[in-house]
Every structure is written in C-alpha cells, then in structure tokens.
Design a protein around this ligand. Structure first.
Ligand code: PMP
Length: 357
C-alpha cells in the first residue's frame, strides 16, 4: 500500500533533521555546547544520585525536586515553571496551546530555525520578518503589521541565534504591551548575556521566557524551562505529556544545579575567550566581518564559506556553515571552545585563509 496519500499535507513538504557527519571531528565547535566536561570531583556524586532513581516507576510528572532547584536558580516560583525535553519541546507546546487552525506564528529572520520548523509541522502560517542590515528589529514596522495581521505567537531569541546580538529591551517591552500575541522571549544564551525578562513575567501576562540547561554543560540531559505568569502556565500544562522529563534527567539536573559553582566559572572563561576570538577574527586577513556577540558563539563572514567550512572539517575542526543567499551569505558560526581548541581553530583558519596549508 502506498501510504503517501495518508501523510498530512504540512508534513509532505518537510524534510527530516539531517545530523552532521562527525567522523574525523576532533574539535567540535558547531552546536553551542559548553566545551568543559563535568568536573571529576562531581562524577561520583552524580553516579550516586542516578543509582538511587527508581527506574521501575514512572517519573514524577511534576518533577518537584528539580523544580525547587530551578526555582532557586532562576529566582521564580516553582508554580511559574513548565519543564520541557529541551526548549525545543517547549516551543512545540506553546504553539500547540496558542496556535490556531491555522494561526500565524511570527519571528525575525534570520533566527533559530526551530520556530519555523515546529510551526510549519503544526500547520501554522509563518510570518517571517527580516531584521535590519545591522540585525536589529524594526519595532515600529512590526507593531504596525501586527495591528493588521495578528500573530498568535511571536518568538524573539534574546540574544539572537545566529547573529549573537541582543535587541533593545525597552522596545521589546513596548512590543509585548502593544501586541495581542503571546511573546516568547527565548533566553537560551542568558548565561552569556546577563540580560533577562524573567522578572517581568508577573507584570506581563502574555510574556513567556524560555531558558535551557543545554548551553551550560547539560546538553545531553535535554532540559528546557518556560517561566511565565499563571495563565500561560495553566494552558501549556494542558498539552504537556505527563512524563516528558525522564527520571534520570530530573535527578541529574537537580544534582548539577545544586553543585553549579563549577559551571559559573566555566561560563566566565567562555565569555573571556569569546572576546579574544572576536578580536582575533576581526583582525584576521580574509575575515570580512565578525559580529560582536552576547552568546557563546560568533558569526563571521569569509569569502567562500562553504569551501572554508570543508577545509576546516578536513583538518578535524567543525564549525557551522550558515551560508545562504541573503543576510547570512558566506557566514560561518563558531561556538566558543576551550582555550586550546580556540587557539587551534584560529591558527588553522588563518592558514586556510592565507592559502598555506
Ligand atoms: N533556543 C535557541 C535560541 C537556541 O539557539 C537553541 C539551541 N540551538 C534552543 C532554543 C534549543 O535548546 P534546547 O537544547 O534546550 O532544545
């Protein structure tokens, strides 16, 4: 039987996520991970916490211990949190709860690709609004547009992936107050920017803030957090699958959050390295532009990004090729690694750009 006619119309035109080929990669700077492994002194404690998990039982659907640890970490009441299997899952839950049949989902371009992928897979109409040449939002234009065509949900990555910059917080606030949409401020890179809307969730009933543990050393656990006022929390909880956070992730994330001093040190090192790489890239012959960043990655433009990406990979260094017609033409995105990894990345890039290999 040919199952094609049974596939949902929205799914026919999608393609499955294509994982990178990691064969031969020694230095992995493509996915905004924290380059530092768990410190040795915490490994036995983590193993002990995991050994106690009753795997014969379903996870606690409310994850109370983990929510308490997150509440203390984020400075927000546990009742204002919904957890997701990565913030990717929360993006889906928000659209499930607030999208329409179909509804409009809006976000700037370029930005994190999952907003559009998830919205389309759920049959939503997407309204992609270009950033200005210096990667800023045209807030007046957005507000005018939204008074004519109302999105159900607006996503703002703050700071923005892949451009690395923050947007004006006062103007974001005015947008939240002036529109009739749920506004999701995605703070996946908060640890590297220090700027947040999380303390505004009680004043702004249409604001949801997303955070993730992925960029600060726990990408393998898959844990994302949405913080919002009680009305948004209630609706999103209705579409959440009860056991979406498995027991091992709950135990591991709780343990790591209670022992997070080591992570704070790592974040400071990453920020220092980010500034060093930014200077080095901007001073390197063959790099047209490197953009300042408030994240743990840097976007930069070279001549012939596709070829340079391949040559770096052939030397065991993986960055992300963002090259596409439009504002990201010839752009690469490098995640900040350890000082040794960064030194090698810069050295090899310099050799490739100067034509000596
Ligand atoms: N939001 C943004 C802006 C991101 O860049 C990413 C990861 N690339 C995510 C969310 C997803 O994070 P998670 O690992 O929590 O699904």
């Amino acid at each position: 039987m040919d199952i094609k006619p049974l596939v949902r119309r929205e799914v026919v035109s999608l393609s499955a996520y294509e994982p990178e080929d990691y064969a031969g990669v020694r230095i992995k700077l493509d996915a905004m991970e924290n380059p530092y492994p768990l410190p040795e002194r915490l490994q036995a404690g983590l193993a002990g916490a995991l050994a106690e998990v009753p795997l014969n039982r379903y996870p606690d659907p409310e994850a109370p211990r983990l929510k308490d640890a997150l509440s203390e970490y984020l400075g927000v009441g546990a009742e204002n949190l919904v957890l997701g299997n990565g913030s990717d899952e929360l993006i889906g839950m928000i659209i499930q709860a607030f999208g329409g049949s179909p509804g409009i989902i809006s976000y700037p371009m370029p930005t994190f690709s999952m907003y559009g992928i998830v919205a389309r897979s759920m049959g939503q109409e997407v309204m992609e609004l270009p950033l200005t040449a210096d990667f800023q939002i045209n807030f007046d234009g957005w507000l005018r547009l939204f008074s004519v065509r109302r999105p159900k949900v607006i996503f703002i990555s703050y700071p923005n992936n892949p451009t690395g910059n923050l947007f004006d917080p006062d103007r974001i606030r005015r947008l939240i107050e002036g529109c009739f949409s749920i506004v999701v401020v995605d703070e996946a890179y908060f640890s590297f920017s220090g700027e947040s809307f999380i303390d505004k969730i009680h004043e702004l009933p249409n604001l949801a803030v997303l955070r993730t543990l992925s960029k600060i050393g726990m990408a393998g656990l898959r844990l994302g957090v949405m913080a919002a006022g009680k009305d948004i929390i209630r609706e999103v909880n209705k579409v959440r699958l009860p056991y979406n956070i498995n027991s091992l992730s709950q135990a591991a994330a709780g343990f790591l959050l209670r022992n997070r001093a080591a992570v704070d040190e790592q974040v400071l090192k990453i920020i220092d390295e980010r500034e060093r790489i930014y200077e080095a890239l901007n001073g390197m012959d063959g790099v047209a532009t490197a953009w300042p960043s408030k994240t743990n990655f840097i976007l930069f433009r070279v001549n012939g990004a596709g070829k340079i990406h391949k040559e770096l990979k052939a030397r065991g260094i993986l960055v992300r090729n963002m090259d596409a017609p439009g504002p990201l033409k010839d752009c690469l995105r490098v995640t900040i690694g350890t000082p040794e990894e960064n030194r090698e990345f810069l050295g090899v890039l310099k050799e490739i750009l100067s034509g000596k290999q």
